[in-house]
Design a protein around this ligand. Structure first.
Ligand code: GLV
Ligand code: MN
Ligand code: MN
Length: 401
């Protein structure tokens, strides 16, 4: 019988990032593959049968696999330089909840599975929730297989190296039909539970959100020999996009826009870039407000590109509309938890949000005393993690009893 904290401590040295701080664990890289093996061994210790689906998502079955299963889980990958809890807390809590239930000799009355989703953060291939998107057919196999990481390796290369068949990647109705209800436990990524003064909460909604890649192209040239008047420097419209993101999102109620990733080619101090890729993350309370922000930023970026004699292409890499979690399932969770659990919205995306369009889905949040996430300062106290495990165990017991 292990606590969530003990299980997290068993993986604390996997994928540490000495340059960025925190963890860099990305879909099918060395660190994530090591974590997958670790999870598979932990599931085995609990007598769960592990299988990997066509899209690289791991399923650990307590009892026979079946339709209408109760499924819980999260992901093991991180953003570059991420915290220890985003993803892994949901996975270790699922294992610890199984321990709690097995200690009580609970026998599930319906199929029950733990899941680990592949490439949730999109830290390697750019598209978030890739495992659940592929499973549900939200992203096509063709699009996914062609995605490239920073080294130029494709998703097709990565899945092949991990022992999967690229020809079998894609929408998997059979696997999807096994999920009757999905519950994801996750560290909270803001200050909601701090403000409420509660260790555990239930998600109500997720902001609409997406990623857009802007490629600005100009004329690569010498930083010293090129007069300021004859330049076509794509870094100029790229910078304008960064400023426009702040301005545009600040003008739309509840919206957020971020540029956290810029890649100049070739990326030399004494070189005017020939092209710059800028990744925009934009979110909002609904589709209309999110799209308004992106349109305003795009218009400003296009104008800035024209002013500098550069070209720009814009690619929508991913998008998901606002998610409102299933209210009946939320009530079932509240019931299982004695009716006293606060509901709170989130600005973060999750596999639960992708699955919500297909099956009743819910999320449990565990308090994060720093309110910081996607950074090494992300945290959850051991007692709150145990409160999360206890809550998840009660929910599994109630829904699978
Ligand atoms: C994932 O955590 C996201 O919200 O981008
Ligand atoms: Mn995340
Ligand atoms: Mn996450």
């Amino acid at each position: 019988m292990s606590t969530a904290t003990e299980l997290l401590s068993a993986i604390k040295d996997v994928g540490t990032d000495p340059t960025r701080g925190g963890y860099s664990r990305h879909g099918f890289d060395h660190a994530e593959l090591e974590l997958r093996e670790w999870f598979t061994a932990e599931a085995g210790k609990r007598g769960l049968d592990v299988e990997v689906d066509r899209n690289g998502n791991i399923w650990a079955w307590w009892g026979a696999p079946g339709p209408d299963a109760l499924v819980t889980g999260s992901h093991l990958d991180s953003v570059p330089g991420g915290g220890a809890f985003d993803g892994p807390l949901g996975v270790v809590s699922a294992l610890a909840a199984v321990d709690v239930l097995q200690a009580k000799e609970f026998k599930p009355g319906r199929p029950l599975a733990l899941m680990v989703f592949a490439e949730e953060e999109g830290g390697r291939f750019g598209v978030p929730c890739l495992g659940s998107r592929l499973l549900a057919g939200v992203t096509s196999a063709e699009t996914a297989l062609a995605l490239k990481d920073r080294d130029g390796d494709t998703f097709a290369d990565a899945v092949k190296a991990a022992g999967l068949d690229p020809a079998r990647i894609g929408r998997d109705d059979e696997a999807l039909s096994r999920i009757g209800k999905f519950v994801e436990l996750h560290v909270e990524q803001g200050r909601g539970l701090i403000d409420i003064g509660s260790a555990v909460g239930v998600a109500t909604s997720i902001l609409a959100h997406g990623r857009w890649r802007f490629r600005f192209t100009g004329q690569g040239n010498h930083a010293g020999a090129t007069p300021m008047t004859t330049r076509h420097d794509p870094m100029l419209p790229a910078s304008q996009l960064v400023l426009s993101a702040r301005w545009a999102a600040s003008g739309v109620d509840g919206a957020r826009a971020t540029v956290g990733r810029i890649e100049p080619i070739p990326g030399g101090t004494n070189v005017i870039a020939s092209s710059v890729d800028v990744w925009l993350d934009a979110r909002g309370p609904n589709d209309g407000r999110t799209r308004t922000v992106v349109e305003r930023i795009t218009a400003a970026a296009r104008q800035a590109a024209r002013d500098e004699g550069c070209e720009v292409t814009v690619t929508e890499e991913s998008y998901g509309d606002t998610v409102h979690f299933d209210s009946a399932l939320r009530e079932e969770l509240a019931d299982a938890l004695g009716g006293k659990v606060p509901g709170l919205p989130t600005g973060a995306g999750h596999d639960a949000g992708i699955l919500a369009a297909h099956v009743p889905t819910a999320m449990l949040f565990v308090r994060n005393p720093t309110g910081i996430s996607h950074a090494p300062a992300e945290h959850a106290e051991a007692d709150d993690c145990e409160a999360g495990v206890a809550a998840l165990a009660k929910v599994l017991e109630k829904l699978a009893g």
